[in-house]
Design a protein around this ligand. Structure first.
Ligand SMILES: Nc1ncnc2c1ncn2[C@@H]1O[C@H](COP(=O)(O)OP(=O)(O)OP(=O)(O)O)[C@@H](O)[C@H]1O
Ligand SMILES: [Mg+2]
Length: 345
């Protein structure tokens, strides 16, 4: 059995089904993200695992033990939330040692050693006597992590831990969480509605939609083969075009006479919706097929990339190109559809 085995987990609040029969396996040492829009049931799932929510039905087995019915403090899980709940009037040492005092019979010297080790791990060596209030947001995040790690949890649970931080700090902490996981290999579940975090941090991503599991797969698989419009839209931007499937292995745009060869994998797909990622559309390619003429409708410089809207036939396509703008509104261009696929509407 997998290290974490969740079977038919369900939680209803009156008429609202927050989590609808979700089953999930997580291997020991894996980093799994739960990704979904607001209200999709992410926090309810995490709180059920942690023991703060009583599921309506289902089972949650961790390391061979059923968790349902156990109080949170007996589950040996570490929680990191958006609101850090650090004790602001206590030192870094007292914050980190807090759980140890309640849990184990350690001497003061042993405790000091453990805290020092953990502060080293979260890159805050020698911070013991510092005051929480005088730490930066990122340093406070690391103290929150240290406080959890010092208890050596079987499972690390994160609920949007970075959403209060500014963008730069958020990116930095994301890398640190990844690095920490690579070193300590604690099985982790990370709730987020940020696809970038989910895709970059995780071994596997669970995509939730209205309480239901719509996908559970490695990031690259989800990105390259989203299978549904919901997932394609949620992990990255996509252009969608209604198409008609022809007998000869092609798809034809509904409002145009544009035809594209279909991928073999899509031959039996029971759908007539094509998705094309912005980065899979090349403007003014030097040669090749699947090239059509279009007109630039808008140009937005986003720093490292430029985003264009290009009208091709009756459709407008979002495309991205590296570097500063090369084309402006009204320019005639050609576009090449390099990659695309069919998804469920
Ligand atoms: N204690 C509660 N009582 C009633 N309904 C609840 C309760 N907790 C959650 N819900 C409902 O369950 C659904 C899922 O909520 P949940 O907090 O799990 O979503 P989420 O995916 O974490 O959203 P967000 O991204 O906004 O944090 C929502 O419709 C929410 O209103
Ligand atoms: Mg939530």
């Amino acid at each position: 059995m997998a290290f974490v085995n969740i079977q038919n987990l369900r939680k209803s609040y009156g008429d609202v089904v927050a989590v609808n029969d979700v089953s999930l396996d997580i291997e020991e040492g894996e980093f799994v993200s739960i990704l979904g829009p607001s209200g999709s049931g992410k926090t309810t799932m995490l709180k059920s695992i942690a023991g703060f929510v009583d599921p309506t039905a289902g089972s949650i087995v961790v390391a061979g033990n059923e968790m349902i019915g156990l109080p949170p403090e007996d589950r040996n899980m570490g929680l990191v939330f958006q609101r850090l709940a650090l004790f602001p009037h206590m030192s870094v040492f007292d914050n980190v040692a807090f759980g140890l005092r309640h849990r184990e019979n350690l001497t003061e010297a042993e405790m000091e050693e453990r805290v020092a080790e953990i502060l080293e791990i979260v890159s805050l060596p020698g911070y013991e006597d510092r005051n929480i209030q005088n730490l930066s947001g990122g340093e406070q995040q690391r103290v929150a992590l240290a406080r959890v790690l010092v208890l050596e949890p079987d499972l690390l649970l994160y609920d949007e831990p970075l959403s209060d931080l500014d963008r730069q700090l958020r990116e930095q902490m994301r890398r640190e969480i990844k690095d920490l996981h690579d070193r300590l290999e604690i099985t982790s579940i990370y709730v987020t509605h940020n696809q970038r975090e989910a895709l970059t941090l995780s071994d596997r991503v669970l995509v939730l939609h209205e309480g239901e599991k719509v996908r559970y797969a490695p990031p690259s698989e989800i990105y390259q083969d989203p299978q549904s419009k919901f997932v394609a839209n949620f992990v990255g931007d996509s252009n969608f075009v209604s198409v008609t499937k022809g007998q000869n292995g092609t798809v034809t745009f509904e409002d145009d006479d544009i035809s594209l060869p279909m991928h073999e994998a899509d031959a039996d797909a029971p759908t007539d919706l094509l998705y094309i990622r912005p980065e899979d559309i090349t403007i003014n390619p030097s040669d090749g097929d699947r090239v059509f003429s279009g007109t630039v409708r808008s140009t937005v410089h986003l720093g490292s990339v430029t985003e264009y809207k290009i009208e091709v036939g009756g459709n407008e396509f979002l495309t991205t190109d590296l570097g500063a703008p090369k084309y402006t509104k009204g320019d005639s261009v050609t576009v090449q559809f390099e990659d695309y696929g069919l998804v469920e509407a």
